[in-house]
Design a protein around this ligand. Structure first.
Ligand code: NAD
Ligand code: UGA
Length: 438
């Protein structure tokens, strides 16, 4: 049985720890957040992620998974230590590596036997070398170690499935033997394993996220053009997606990408490029188009309801995407702030994110369900495409609203059905709203 320590029990770390334990390894998950660790010892999940609690509980009961705040305990007898701490955006868009730095230093000061340090956090190209330097320079006495980059590709909301059935595992190291050992840990996942050098592995992660963000901005650009020319972006995406070279995935036009990763990672890649004197024009356009989506949504709604002053607007959904309570860079935050600034009263409903959202949007009243939300509203905005919003009793919603206006930021409803039902309805990129206006 291999022994692994995972440092950071957030979205990536907790899933990694639970899934590696489920594969039969002995895993100690470590975090400096005592409340998180104490909660986990009692079976309380710090995040909402479907299926996570079941895997954590099962493996904690079996004794394969345990939690600690102590580096001495976490590193004792461990062969592999995974770093999965946050790498948020710094002031200029660069990745802020302070948490990675602290972890590297603490590992160096605590380790008592040889270690393979595996970095799962998304870090700028060159960070692996930097981590190796930090560890080397902070060890009280030299103990052998290797650094391997193993970027994570899971998505929130489907993290367990993504981790256990990955498209590929990417490993990068200057120490081929260490990379092979980390590859062994991943063999049960039966995915292709790409072994390369440290910097290339780090770059694969940024290039992958930037490409997916580019796909989203591309379809949002097409959505804009569809509005002007009278075409329907949803059908355009279906028609494009059948081409295997294009693929169906990541062609949903809407409010743009949010969350803790695409916004920060595209920014960080552009920063890395600019720092080296390159001009990352495409990445800048991707970010520009994405920023415009939230403004475009507000302009549409304004066009539909007029001046926001004195209006009651309901937000259907708050989290940055369905099946998570993550509110990091969620479009709902920008939209609510813009509506409030325009003089509207804003209320919201989300199946799981309201507890997190309350602290971020204190002026937004949280409602108990979509129907209570709709009562007396001048307009509803679909912000997150939760499945439960696709099955609402829309006749009832209409009867509860002051004015039957729906702006659908995720294109979950059919424009013709909505109009037939008597709603004033708009999606994004669905030609009828654009061409007829111009
Ligand atoms: P998170 O904020 O959810 O969790 C980070 C955890 O690290 C927190 O619990 C924090 O308390 C802990 N931590 C901070 N400093 C620590 C220290 N010195 N010692 C021990 N623990 C410490 O972060 P996340 O969303 O899991 O992201 C982690 C990394 O993985 C980021 O680089 C991110 O870009 C990347 N990533 C995230 C996702 C995702 O879906 N969230 C997917 C792929 C990659
Ligand atoms: C994304 C990547 O999909 C993961 O592979 C990666 O590991 C992760 O970032 C990361 O590096 O952290 P995640 O942010 O959890 O995962 O969620 P996605 O499903 O990729 O959605 C990201 C954003 O794009 C959401 O705001 C979503 O609404 C938006 N999106 C996605 C669209 O607007 N259109 C689409 O077609 C797809």
């Amino acid at each position: 049985m291999k022994q692994i320590c995972v440092i950071g029990v957030g979205y990536v770390g907790l899933v990694t720890a639970a899934c590696f334990a489920d594969l039969g390894n002995r895993v100690i998950a470590l975090d400096i957040n005592e409340e998180r660790v104490e909660g986990l010892k009692r079976g309380v999940m710090p995040i909402y992620e479907p299926g996570l609690k079941e895997v954590v509980d099962h493996n904690a009961r079996s004794g394969r998974l345990s939690f600690t705040t102590s580096y001495a305990e976490g590193l004792s007898g461990t062969q592999f230590v995974f770093i999965a701490v946050g790498t948020p955006s710094g002031v200029d868009g660069e990745a802020d590596l302070r948490y990675v730095e602290t972890v590297a230093r603490t590992i160096a000061e605590t380790m008592t036997s040889p270690l393979i340090i595996v970095n799962k956090s998304t870090v700028p190209v060159g960070t692996g070398d930097w981590v190796a330097d930090i560890v080397k320079s902070h060890q009280p006495k030299p103990i052998p170690f290797a650094v391997v980059s193993c970027p994570e590709f899971l998505r929130e909301g489907s993290a367990i499935g993504d981790f256990t059935q990955p498209h590929r595992t990417v490993l990068g190291s200057l120490d081929r033997d260490a990379a092979e050992k980390v590859a062994q840990l991943h063999l049960p996942l039966r995915a292709p394993i790409v072994i390369t050098d440290l910097r290339t592995a780090e770059m694969i992660k940024y290039a992958s996220n930037a490409f997916l963000a580019t796909k989203i901005s591309f379809i949002n650009e097409i959505a804009n053009i569809c509005e002007a020319l009278g075409a329907d972006v949803k059908e355009v995406a279906i028609g494009m997606g059948y081409d295997a070279r294009i693929g169906k995935a990541f062609l949903d036009a809407g409010l743009g990408y949010g969350g803790s990763c695409f916004p920060k990672d595209v920014k960080a890649l552009a920063y890395m490029a600019a720092e080296k004197g390159r001009h990352p024009q495409l990445l800048r356009a991707v970010m520009d188009i994405n920023d415009d989506r939230r403004r475009t949504a507000i302009l549409h709604l304004q066009d539909m309801v007029g001046d926001f002053r004195g209006k009651l607007i309901g937000l259907l959904g708050l989290s940055f995407k369905p099946n998570t309570d993550d509110m990091r860079d969620a479009p709902s935050i920008t939209l609510a702030q813009k509506l409030l600034a325009g003089g509207a009263t804003v209320r919201a409903y989300d199946p799981v994110a309201m507890d997190v959202a309350r602290g971020l949007l204190p002026q937004v009243e949280m409602m108990s369900d979509p129907y209570t939300l709709a009562e007396g509203c001048d307009a509803l905005m679909v912000v997150t495409e939760w499945n439960e919003f696709k099955q609402l009793d829309l006749e009832k919603i209409k009867s509860l609203m002051r004015r039957p206006v729906i702006f659908d930021g995720r294109n979950i409803y059919d424009p013709e059905d909505m109009t037939a039902m008597g709603f004033s309805y708009r999606g994004l990129g669905r030609g009828y709203n654009g061409a007829s206006d111009k």
